[in-house]
Design a protein around this ligand. Structure first.
Ligand code: GAR
Length: 198
């Protein structure tokens, strides 16, 4: 049996789409993106889910934080055994981490532990990196624990920042780096896991 991945995404979903494509076209023997979980009804990731025929689940704060058992039951209905956060900005509660030990990962658009924590996401990160005249930035893929951006690191990739780079240009470069590495890193993690469903 192959792994069934839920991608939690609440924005554009470009990483979510790369993951969907990768597991459909290059690593179908390992797993598939079986569900998109989103907290914004108008997020573009939902269009991508429809385009690729991947079911999606819209959640609100109450379901995530107060009715977590129901959410877990829904994930189990879809036989989800691995969770990938890709631009999902709400903190994952301990009750959801508990049934998925070392089975929830996140990508952060900077070299953690720098430029992480609550409020540090997306363009906020890139603006801060440029404002501080950093010479490099990068991406961090890490396990998720109950604190923002603090779980054990799995992978980092770096890129140099040329003089005069704007936050928007940096965002584009970081996205390219994410798209190149995230599907591969998730695939490598799944290849090491037993294919038991949670
Ligand atoms: C990505 O750059 C991801 O690293 C970042 O949100 C973006 C989502 O882009 N996540 C965070 O900042 C989490 N703290 P996408 O919707 O196009 O995949």
């Amino acid at each position: 049996m192959t792994h069934r991945i839920a991608v939690f995404a609440s924005g554009s979903g470009s990483n979510a789409e790369q993951l969907i494509r990768h597991f459909k076209e290059q690593a179908a023997d390992v797993g598939e993106v079986a569900l998109i979980v989103c907290n914004k009804p108008d997020a573009y990731v939902l269009e991508r889910a429809k385009k690729w025929n991947v079911p999606f689940l819209l959640i609100d704060r109450e379901l995530l934080y107060e009715r977590t058992d129901e959410l877990i039951a829904m994930l189990k209905q879809h036989e989800i055994d691995f969770i990938v956060l890709a631009g999902f900005l709400w903190l994952i509660p301990p009750a959801l981490i508990e049934p998925y030990p070392q089975r929830i990962v996140n990508i952060h658009p900077a070299l953690l532990p720098r430029y992480g924590g609550k409020g540090m996401y997306g363009m906020h990160v890139h603006r801060a990196v440029i404002a501080n005249r950093e010479k490099e930035s990068g991406i961090t893929i890490h396990y998720v624990n109950e604190h923002y951006d603090e779980g054990q690191h799995i992978f980092q990739a770096r890129l140099p920042i040329a003089e005069g780079t704007t936050p928007e240009q940096l965002a584009e470069q970081i996205h390219a780096l994410e798209h190149r590495h995230y599907p591969q890193v998730v695939e490598a993690l799944l290849r090491r896991l037993p294919a038991a469903h949670a």
